[in-house]
Structure formats: structure tokens, C-alpha cells
Design a protein around this ligand. Structure first.
Ligand code: 0GZ
Length: 310
């Protein structure tokens, strides 16, 4: 893979660029596997980063994403609008239309979005909107605006992706449970994995899924959630052992409502940048049978993003 650059923009201090030359995973992905959470950044010279962004990344282009897809053995991608592009979805949509049908997307929109714009995004392959509640990433959007958007996009059969921190779930519960669509939680609602997997905080998240069959979860981002590692670097094929009980619990209880994604190019990691090949090798530790792996990587994402083929 080519090296990361940042054209016209200055990266946030301490920014870690994505890992070049990832390992070949030891785990062979099932045929038709979907990387259901990844991003494109710019390139900034072509698709400028949003003025209201909270970080400036290195560029991570569609060509670089698709090279990674092919190397790791994924068949398709779901490209999630990154907050550094705000509600300007051009980079993500451009990646979709140049994917040869192998990518679908999740957008960020404002109340002012027109039906014609939603239809154009649908035609390009967008199938959801993302609502972000992580305070370091976005400014606050009133819940009535978000509910209005959710009600509108439901007409296109889209779903809502939510990103929040575990401590904020009680306050957001009423809003989340009132959403009229399928709801997909990013990165298991960011559990604090130094707390017990059977403790009250993670139990609340499991209750959220148990009580609401429209709620799905991405069991992604061990590299972001891990406290004790070991890191997916230097040939380590048993990485992030502290996150595995959390992800495995979700996969075992809700096998038909889980998704997995690389999260490439891994925005805002401060500690290390994982080798994406070694990150793929975490999958068989969280989905431990061939059937669970096929549900996680093929059946579930196909049902949500390519229902016409599933
Ligand atoms: O935790 C994060 O920093 C992060 C950021 C973004 C984004 O900026 O869109 O997306 C993610 O999935 C995770």
C-alpha cells in the first residue's frame, strides 16, 4: 500500500497515520465477507475536511481502502461518514460510486437535507445515517432534529447508526428506544473493558439489545477499547484479550444482529496504530465457529446493506 499523506491540511498534533504494509491475516475470511465499518478521509485536496471538524486526519483515499479490502480478503465495504467531513458526504459518496457496487454507505445529514439529496445518496448506495453523541467528535444536535431525520430516512428503508460512550447510555435510552428504524450501535457502545463483563454497565447495554430487537451492534474496535492489549503489532495474533469477552458475549447472545468492521483508517488513536491483518485475526476469538463467523461477516451485513442479494 502507498504511504499516508495529508495534502493541503495540517494533521492534528500527535495524529497516528494508518499502518502501511499490513500482514496477511492467518484467519481466512469467509467468501463474501463485508468490512462493515470503515471510513475514507478526503483526500483533503479533492474533498476538503469540514470547517467544524474536531480533528484533521491524514488522507485515506478510496483506492487505499479498496487495496486494503483486497489484501485482507474482504469482498465489500460499508463506508461510514467520518466526523472530520461533517455533513458533507461527497468523499464517502464518491467512494461508493467508484466501488463497482462493492460498497454501501452511512451518511451524516442535517435537517435541511432535501428529498432529492436523500434520493441521490440512496442511488449511490447510502443505506443509513449516523447520529454521533461522542462529545470530543461533534457539537450537540437537538434530539428533535435527529428524530425528524430518522422519521424521514425510514421511508427509504435506511437505518440509524449511533455512536456513544457507555456512561451516556442511561441518558440517551429514551431517545434511542424511540427511533423508528433498525438501530446499529458503533463499537458495542464503547464499554469500559476494565470493568467486569458481567457488571451493571455492560449489562445495561445487553438489556438494551435484549429488550429491543431492532438494535444491532458492531463488535468492532478492540484496538480502541483495549486497556491491556496486547496490541495487534509485531506478529501478535492474539491481540486485545481484554476486549474479547465483551465482543464474544454480544456475538453469542445476538448472533443475527452483529457486524464487524476494521474501522480503517482508525481515527484518533493515540497509543498505537494496529496492523490491520493482525486485527482480522481477532475475529475467530470473538466469533468462534464457522457459522457464527458467516453470520457476523456475511449474512448479517448482507441483510442490512444488500437485502436485494441476501
Ligand atoms: O472514536 C473515534 O474517534 C471515532 C471517530 C470517528 C469519526 O470521526 O467518524 O469514527 C469512529 O468510528 C470512531
Amino acid at each position: 500500500m502507498s504511504k499516508p499523506v495529508t495534502g493541503d491540511f495540517t494533521k492534528t498534533a500527535g495524529w497516528l497515520d494508518w499502518y502501511t504494509g499490513p500482514s496477511q491475516p492467518a484467519f481466512t475470511l469467509p467468501a463474501g465477507a463485508v468490512d462493515a465499518h470503515c471510513h475514507v478521509f478526503g483526500p483533503g485536496a479533492e474533498f476538503p475536511y469540514a470547517p467544524e471538524r474536531k480533528y484533521t486526519p491524514c488522507d485515506a483515499s478510496k483506492q487505499q481502502l479498496y487495496a486494503l479490502r483486497d489484501q485482507l480478503g474482504f469482498a465489500r465495504n460499508v463506508i461510514v461518514q467520518a466526523t472530520c467531513h461533517g455533513a458533507d458526504n461527497r468523499a464517502m459518496v464518491d467512494a461508493l460510486v467508484h466501488s463497482g457496487g462493492k460498497a454501501r454507505g452511512v451518511a451524516t445529514v442535517k435537517r435541511s437535507v432535501s428529498d432529492a439529496e436523500l434520493q441521490a445518496m440512496h442511488d449511490a448506495g447510502v443505506r443509513g445515517v449516523r447520529f454521533n453523541f461522542v462529545k470530543r467528535l461533534v457539537d450537540f444536535t437537538p434530539k428533535d432534529e435527529l428524530m425528524e431525520i430518522a422519521t424521514r430516512i425510514a421511508k427509504w428503508g435506511w437505518h440509524v447508526v449511533i455512536y456513544f460512550e457507555a456512561v451516556d447510555l442511561p441518558e440517551l435510552w429514551d431517545f434511542f428506544t424511540a427511533l423508528p428504524t433498525t438501530v446499529v450501535v458503533d463499537h458495542m457502545g464503547r464499554p469500559d473493558v476494565s470493568k467486569p463483563v458481567d457488571g451493571p454497565e455492560f449489562e445495561l447495554f445487553l438489556q438494551f439489545m435484549r429488550q429491543h430487537p431492532n438494535v444491532w451492534s458492531k463488535v468492532s474496535c478492540p484496538e480502541r477499547l483495549s486497556v491491556t492489549g496486547p496490541k495487534a503489532l509485531d506478529g501478535e495474533r492474539h491481540a486485545y484479550l481484554d476486549v474479547i469477552p465483551f465482543a464474544r458475549r454480544v456475538v453469542e447472545e445476538f448472533p443475527d444482529r452483529v457486524l464487524w468492521g476494521t474501522d480503517w483508517p482508525h481515527p484518533n488513536l493515540k497509543d498505537h496504530m494496529p496492523d490491520d491483518g493482525l486485527l482480522v485475526d481477532v475475529i475467530p476469538n470473538i466469533a468462534t465457529t464457522a457459522e457464527r463467523q458467516r453470520q457476523l461477516l456475511v449474512d448479517n451485513p448482507m441483510r442490512l446493506y444488500w437485502p436485494e442479494e441476501a
